[in-house]
Design a protein around this ligand. Sequence first.
Ligand code: SAH
Length: 468
Amino acid sequence: MFLTVTTTHLPATDLGFLLHKNPARVNTFDVFGGVAHVFYPEATAERCTVALLLEIDPIDLVRRRGRGSRTPAAGGVDHYVNDRPYAATSLLSVALGKAFASARSGRSTDRPELAAQAIPLEATIAALPSEGGKDLVHRLFEPLGYTVDVASELLDSSFPAWGLSRYHRTTLRGTLRLADLLTHLTVLIPALDGEKHYWVGDAEVDKLLQRAGEWLGTHPERELIVRRYLRDQRGLTREALRRLTEEDDIDPEARVNRGDALEAGLERPLNLNQQRLQAVVETIRQAGASTVADLGCGEGHLIELLLADPRFTRILGVDVSVRALERAARKLHLNSLAPRQRERLSLVHGSLTYRDERLTGWDAAVAVEVIEHLDLDRLEAFSASVLGHARPSTVVVTTPNAEYNQLFPTLGPRRTRHPDHRFEWTRSEFHAWAESAASRFGYSVSFRPIGDADDRLGPPTQMAVFQR
Ligand code: SAH
């Protein structure tokens, strides 16, 4: 059983610090069912690869499995000749936890900043079992932002009639934190395999939520992942899904939906949403843009207006939330649009805090009520990706004006309009951020009010227009 993880983040050998394993050494330790080795097949400043090799003793496994189980298991685990020595299974998942415990929890003694940073990573799993075929591997990993390559081999090249193997050589590529990659593998490998080498009990639900609470709640295949991870135990599956979709602290999406309703309720009397969207469309019309990227498009309110105006020949909607994109596709009737209309629009999943080639080449980009949903320490990454890398001629950014909040009768002091807002800025705070970002990336910036302005406190929404 063989897994490699490669980075090209410079200097690549820092991977050793992240994993707390010296690239010059081979580490060998006991794991359930056998022995694990961690070593580095390549370790240069440009490219560094760590390998986890697991030697499983199938006979020992069958003996340990004991008398308890009566149902035949996947991969022939009940037999001395079984697939466990080479397939990526829950045994690999447990060994990953043992080999890279601190890296998986995002801790690094020597490189704490690097552990928190998204870096280019590539993981190759030599034989990933998937009863659902290649398609299931794509469905599980792609929503997490990976580019996925799955190769299926013939079971035996001398006997093509036997068909394809259920084991797939799989490569995942992405730009993400190492801890996130390790957690995704820990959860999704056992979900793909049909078998777990240990008894699944209540504690498994806690472990699953602790590892995957942040991303599983919004994963389009969450039900399948939870069910298979918990080995089809209905009671546990129901409990895990309930906790994933109900608890605010582990399901940011639920909090966002509830917050959307709150914010809309506050702003509705001002008809602010409509005014905001009109002001943005008017601004990009004046700028002469014909191709537009809507960054953080949500359910596609702005896209609806853009589609209605034929001068916008190409429109891109990007959002980090798969559910928001699904809702946008439904609202915009994506599947039943006439082919000419359909060709104008792409909806893609992505985060604005990472450089993304798909964001380059647009006349204008807009981020309507998005920046306040980003952590302050990720704003720098947003500016670098949008103004520094994508570099459209016009960028429009809107955000609440915090000074105005005291005019909302139902909003208490020091509260934000939406519980997911990480900050709300005064006019001078917004101006300071925008001016500094503009000068760093070679743009000029001007500001426009949106909504009826109060003499003293200014408008409810503020807009910055960057141009170059
Ligand atoms: N622009 C839309 C939605 C605003 S709500 C409108 O005006 O209706 C903010 C949106 O930003 C949400 O849909 C959220 O999923 C998205 N978002 C938050 N962080 C993001 C990130 N890092 N990358 C891309 N989208 C993000």
